[in-house]
Design a protein around this ligand. Structure first.
Ligand code: GLY
Length: 393
């Protein structure tokens, strides 16, 4: 008698960064038998990211739709963190500290004024402050600061601790974690049906989620017509330490655009001060360069001169997964059974809570929730943009 392969999993998540982990955790929470594959789960771009939850201060012209998703995720953060910390007993470093975006010269000030106008048009809360008012809030700021925007709703989390908590949450929720590499997607009768692993094992599943960050476009076996349009965008980031004698060095995230480049300083409660980040289109290169470190320190020093006194404890580069419109790819592809959760670019940490919710819903019901509909991967293919996926078997 002919026997069909066993179906051990309902869902296979390829990629164990924060997006893959939250997808797996939320899928398991809906009762789906879930596995996750990654040689180093908890790694990826979150090892490097500063963890700003900057829906308001990182608003850009033309990205109002993305703003809706970003705000929806920011609103979920307090409950999401409480649930994750309760489930794992682990902290995440979530800090409702707010952000101050400052200007150092007339050009920066004009840029911030434009941002302020856009924020107001979008119904967002931000307050214009004079240079003196900025320094009253943050006394370490340079005397030359010409003004700034106080945004009390843009917070931060420690992405490394977030990743560690999500991995523990997955394991506690019954997710099977395979610490290895996926060599190819398994496609059977024009349907994603699992994955082949580096050791030759074949995992079978009803649905597959590709959540491999900037590597998502590289998986063998994905048919040509299922374009996964992500590219790596390098970001170099520094970590410094604020000795207890200097604390509190900064009490909130401080950021600016200096000579056209974004620089931000994110102070953690444990004394870590994260300084980021470059934005470089250099393919897969993750070299930390003297020029990258120099520019970050130069710009950060212009904002907060005292930074040069602090120990520099780490330099690192990561790869943001960017899509052609800088917005994420969420939900079903043209290949039945294959979903994407990638392309989060500058907003991966911010979008973690809502991504988990969106993906759990689509995996369970086949429906993309309202906020996620504009982010269907099908916007980059010529196929009908019907977001309804075949019901899982
Ligand atoms: N969201 C900060 C960055 O991508 O550098």
């Amino acid at each position: 008698m002919h026997t069909y392969p066993r179906k051990p999993y309902d869902v296979l998540v390829v990629g164990g960064g924060i997006i893959g982990l939250v997808t797996a955790w939320r899928a398991a929470g809906r009762g789906l038998r879930t596995a996750l594959i990654d040689p180093e789960p908890g790694g990826g771009a979150a090892r490097v990211a500063a963890g700003m939850l900057a829906a308001v201060t990182e608003l850009h012209y033309g990205e109002q739709t993305l703003l809706g998703l970003n705000l929806a995720s920011a609103r979920r953060y307090p409950d999401f963190v409480a649930e994750l910390e309760e489930a794992t007993g682990l902290g995440t470093g979530y800090r409702a500290c707010g952000t101050l975006a400052v200007a150092l010269d007339a050009d920066d000030r004009a840029h911030l004024r434009d941002l302020h106008a856009l924020q107001r048009q979008s119904g967002l809360e931000s307050e214009w402050l004079s240079g003196r008012e900025c320094r009253r809030l943050e006394p370490m700021l340079a005397p030359g600061v010409r003004g700034g925007l106080r945004v009390d709703g843009d917070h931060q989390i420690d992405p490394r601790r977030l990743a560690a908590a999500l991995l523990t949450a997955c394991e506690r929720a019954g997710v099977t974690v395979h610490r290895t590499t996926v060599t190819a997607l398994r496609v059977v009768r024009d349907r994603a049906a699992g994955a082949l692993l580096a050791d030759g094992t074949e995992l079978v599943a009803d649905q597959v989620v590709l959540a491999a960050g900037s590597l998502s476009g590289q998986l063998a076996g994905v048919p040509d017509e299922v374009l996964v349009p992500v590219r790596p965008v390098k970001g170099q980031v520094l970590r410094l330490t604020v000795p207890p004698a200097y604390a509190p060095f900064l009490s909130r995230t401080v950021r600016a655009v200096v000579r056209g480049s974004h620089v931000y300083l994110v102070p953690r409660e444990n004394g870590e001060l994260v300084v980021g980040a470059t934005t470089e289109e250099l393919g897969w290169d993750t070299t930390v360069t003297a020029g990258g470190v120099y520019e970050l320190l130069r710009d950060a020093h212009e904002l907060v001169p005292g930074i040069t006194e602090l120990p520099l404890t780490e330099t690192r580069a990561g790869l943001r997964p960017a899509s052609p419109d800088n917005a994420p790819l969420l939900g079903p592809t043209a290949l039945p059974g294959l979903h994407l959760a990638t392309g989060h670019y500058r907003n991966g940490v911010l979008l973690t809570p809502i991504t988990g919710e969106v993906m759990a819903e689509v995996l369970t019901t086949g429906e993309l929730i309202h906020e996620a509909r504009p982010f269907t991967p099908r916007r980059f293919t010529s196929l009908p943009a019907d977001v309804r996926e075949e019901q899982p078997a």
